[in-house]
Design a protein around this ligand. Structure first.
Ligand SMILES: N[C@@H](CCC(=O)N[C@@H](CS)C(=O)NCC(=O)O)C(=O)O
Length: 207
């Protein structure tokens, strides 16, 4: 029998949406607990490292987005079909983390030269991701069946306004994101799941 899962995060997409995509795709019941901002100061000291997301597995809490997603991928058999695919999926998720770091820097940056540099860095990653899906006959990131990497990428690239627009200049990447978002279980989650608050806008979005 599957354990009881409770995902704890704010009412945003952020780091939790890839985990929610995994639950949705696997058809696994879980509690999607969305902390109210005013609740956070009391909850924070009771989390493993004072950060969310936290996943409770049969009441036992664990932190770190990628560790949680990787664990669920294993539970749901979405890691990849052999050790090579598992490694490729892991490597891609870590690389998406590097891309996300650029996005976070962009979010805070006000200097136009540095903004241009960060955008160049992002374009580099997006072009690589585009090349990877366009050279795979399945149109997925790894192999011929959906892996957790596909779900993590689609959730991430569909969440933040700057990232939603990013894949549009990359036709294969854009088609890939649409393909994952149109999988029946994901489509249902996106259309009928709770509505997340929009992410806050940084200085460069105000221009
Ligand atoms: N490396 C951690 C980072 C977690 C993290 O920074 N979480 C933020 C939300 S996205 C948080 O808990 N912020 C509230 C706080 O620090 O009080 C992960 O990936 O889970």
């Amino acid at each position: 029998m599957a354990p009881k899962y409770k995902l704890i995060y704010f009412n945003g997409t952020g780091r939790a949406e890839p985990i929610r995509y995994l639950f949705a795709y696997a058809g696994q019941d879980y509690v999607d607990y969305r902390i109210k901002r005013e609740e956070w100061p009391q909850l924070k000291p009771n989390t493993p490292y004072g950060k969310v997301p936290v996943l409770e597995v049969d009441g036992k809490p664990v932190a770190q987005t990628n560790a949680i997603a990787r664990y669920l991928a294993k539970q749901f058999k979405l890691q990849g079909s052999d050790d090579w695919e598992i490694l490729q999926a892991d490597s891609l998720v870590e690389t998406l983390g590097d891309y996300n770091l650029s996005s976070m820097r962009l979010f805070r940056e006000e200097n136009s030269e540095r903004i241009a540099e960060i955008k160049k860095d992002q374009a580099f990653y997006l072009a690589k991701f585009d090349e990877i899906v366009s050279s795979n006959p399945s149109g997925l990131l790894v192999g011929s069946a959906v892996t957790w990497a596909d779900l993590v990428f689609a959730a991430t690239l569909s969440s933040r306004p700057d990232q939603v627009d990013a894949p549009k200049s990359y036709p294969a990447l854009s088609a890939f994101v649409n393909k994952i978002n149109n999988l029946p279980a994901i489509k249902k989650w996106v259309e009928t799941g709770p509505k997340s608050d929009p992410p806050p806008s940084g200085p460069q979005h105000k221009r």
